[in-house]
Design a protein around this ligand. Structure first.
Ligand code: TYD
Ligand code: MG
Length: 485
């Protein structure tokens, strides 16, 4: 028996007489339907059918998609050598950290997608940037689909960002484009892309089809006119920008704004950047009058560190190419539960579980009798394996109730056999530690042999967790381990 006997029935047959202005397209297989269906008749995928505007078909030649923008009508192939390199003209945003993430400022005609949790400061940073551009004589248009002009005004006053910004409360993208034509701003901001809708589509604002259509229209405008355009995007619970992934493909730059919205520190990350490095991070601080550059984030992150407390360890981590010193904290407390609790914050729970098992096995601590909490202070997140050694030291310190020296940093990846492996950017990490006055670093043995120690920092190498134990902790000797044999 065939699986889908009438696959294709109900599809919009190309060349049909009465062509609808929109059609419903499966995002998995591309099948088209005249009306919305919950399950694609063709590929069987659930919830993958999305409304799309039907572009008028050109009379001859292949159909252009709305994404193929900026391309000349009658393009001819030319040797790459004869193409003049584009010297991207950039304008500074007034925030050093944002400029760094953008690769040196905003590029003319670029489309930037700024994503982040609610309340993280997307509207704030955008307003600050528009204010700064206004001061540089650039006319800025703030399209607000979320807040009234009065609300935006209140925030602008608080930020002291100029009155030169034009504000447009509008959610219809066709109207927005019309107003852009009329007022001819130098830069356009849309807050947020999820509130925009196109008249062409019947689906609700925020739906995948709407978000994609509106973004494509705005990006086309940016490319054709050379106006930098910033789109603010909401983030779903899973942490991706709400709407289709294709949103990330149409824009030039995707920035993620993260951090602990209760704390002051914010991290700005370039996830994608056609005009600069990706994986670059900027560190900003939310204060009374908006966001400020943080010149020395390591010092801020370590400012409240308890000295001489068991379970506190400093880790030189690297975000992109940027070193940051963060505090790893562990608390091992006797548990009354049959299944002791394991809680992590800012670290991967599975990773910490593996490291806990390694500590148990190699150092003979009875961690199964303890509840264990491990976190990165200050709402920071660390995903790199270079954190392993510091996590192990923090757990060991808390479980054995022995504080570690206050002037010590540790980094290194730890394997299942308890071996300590080298990690990237070792010298960058050591330099940052030395810069902030740390005197001692425990690193993978291979790194200690190869890396140049900065002045004032004594670097010790360890090849195994056992060696780490004998360096740091008294009394409790590790069991002999096969690696040392
Ligand atoms: P907002 O920019 O509205 O966030 P988003 O647009 O990402 O949802 O940020 C609002 C938060 O920032 C809010 O909790 C208040 C705080 N805030 C300050 O602490 N200082 C300021 O100067 C401003 C404007 C906001
Ligand atoms: Mg907002």
């Amino acid at each position: 028996m065939s699986r889908v006997p009438f696959a294709g029935v109900g599809r919009v047959v190309s060349g049909a007489v009465a062509r609808p202005r929109t059609s419903f397209v499966c995002q998995q297989c591309g099948a088209q339907f005249a009306k919305w269906v919950g399950r694609c008749n063709d590929c069987g995928h659930w919830d993958s059918v999305v409304e799309e505007a039907v572009a008028p078909r050109p009379t001859a030649g292949p159909q252009r998609t709305s994404i193929a923008i900026g391309a000349a009508r009658d393009a001819k192939p030319v040797p790459l050598g004869s193409v003049e390199p584009q010297t991207a003209s950039r304008v500074s945003t007034g925030l050093v950290e944002l400029d760094r993430v953008l690769g040196g400022g905003i590029v003319a005609g670029s489309a930037i997608l700024l994503g982040g949790d609610p309340g993280i400061g997307k509207s704030t940073i955008s307003l600050q940037v528009l204010g700064e551009l206004g001061r540089r004589g650039m006319k800025a248009l703030y399209v607000s689909g979320e807040e009234s002009p009065e609300q935006v005004k209140m925030r602008a006053d608080r930020l002291g960002s100029g009155d030169s910004i034009l504000i447009l409360p509008e959610t219809c993208v066709e109207e927005v484009l019309e107003q852009v034509e009329e007022t001819n701003p130098a830069v356009v901001l849309v807050d947020s892309i999820q509130t925009m809708h196109s008249r062409e589509l019947a689906s609700a604002p925020g739906s995948v089809g709407q978000v994609r259509e509106c973004a494509a229209a705005l990006v086309t405008m940016a490319k054709a006119s050379g106006r930098p355009t910033i789109l603010i995007g909401h983030v779903t619970k899973e942490g991706t920008i709400a709407g289709p992934r294709v949103l990330e493909h149409v824009v030039d730059t995707v920035l993620h704004f993260e951090g602990d919205s209760d704390g002051g520190l914010r991290l700005l990350r370039a996830v994608k950047n056609r005009f600069g490095p990706t994986n670059e991070v900027g560190v900003l601080e939310m204060g009374e009058s908006g966001l400020r550059d943080v010149g020395n984030p390591s010092a801020v992150l370590l400012a409240e560190r308890p000295k001489g407390a068991p379970g506190s360890v400093v880790l030189p981590t690297v975000e992109g190419t940027r070193p940051l010193l963060v505090e790893v904290q562990a608390l091992a407390a006797k548990s009354a539960l049959a299944m002791p609790r394991r809680t992590t914050l800012g670290l991967d729970a599975n990773r910490v579980a593996v490291l806990t098992a390694i500590v148990d096995k190699r150092a003979g601590l009875k961690l199964w009798e303890h509840d264990l909490f491990v976190s990165i202070a200050g709402g920071f997140r660390v995903a790199e394996p270079a954190a392993d050694l510091a996590i192990i030291a923090a757990i060991g310190s808390s479980a054995s109730d022995q504080p570690l020296p206050a002037d010590l940093v540790l980094f290194g990846e730890v394997g299942l056999a308890g071996e300590v492996r080298a990690v990237r950017h070792a010298e960058t990490r050591l330099r940052e530690a030395a810069k902030l006055g740390f005197a001692r670093a425990i690193v993978p043995a291979a790194t200690a042999r190869g890396a140049k120690a900065p002045d004032g920092l004594s670097v010790e190498g360890v090849a195994s967790v056992g060696e780490l134990w004998s360096l740091l902790f008294r009394a409790r000797r590790p069991r002999p381990e096969p690696l040392d044999a």
